[in-house]
Design a protein around this ligand. Sequence first.
Ligand SMILES: [Zn+2]
Length: 227
Amino acid sequence: MSQSTFPPASRPEQHEANGSSDRVAFVTNATPQGGFDHDKLREGVRLLLEGLGLDTSHPGIVDTPGRVADMYDEIFAGLVVDPGDVLDVTFAEGHDELVLIRDIPFASICEHHLVPFIGRAHVGYVPNESGAVTGLSKLARLVDVVAKRPNLQERITSTVADTLMEQLEPKGAIVVLEAEHLCMSMRGVRKPGAQTVTSAVRGIMRDDPATRAEAMALATGRGSSST
Ligand SMILES: [Zn+2]
């Protein structure tokens, strides 16, 4: 969890008046612990456009700073929501087999370049003896909330796995993410379509090679091994 960006260093709860936290609540279906400073966001985007030599009074972009600030409420909503809050725990006694959802779509923003990376997540866990499980849609929501931050793909992967371990205390968990990074497609090496794959395995998924291999093959739809 050392790399987690939650909670942010300075939690801007004083900015609820601008509607920021309402939009966060709407997109995450969770209780936000604050909102964002739209004055700073608008000013930052204005400076960025001016830095490009653009006339920010031009009709096409005059409202862009405000639009971007509103958009950040959505795409960075995970900064002010605790991912643990989205996982409810129920008990399905005797269920100790792998629960796995494949192909959960997600979109996040690379913290190095502030451009998107977009892909799919595969999330699975083996419930503990008491059968602590969560709703299948909650696994997708967990990925969504964690992705809605300035991120590294590796951090989303480990944060989803660690949140599952903390909330459900399962025997093990596996998270695999596959994504295309626009900072690799549009700039730098310019390799559109290249997929970056990351995985995190916890508990028996890490300790038992056979269980890990089976889960990894199921998660990715092909035989594979994990690091
Ligand atoms: Zn990047």
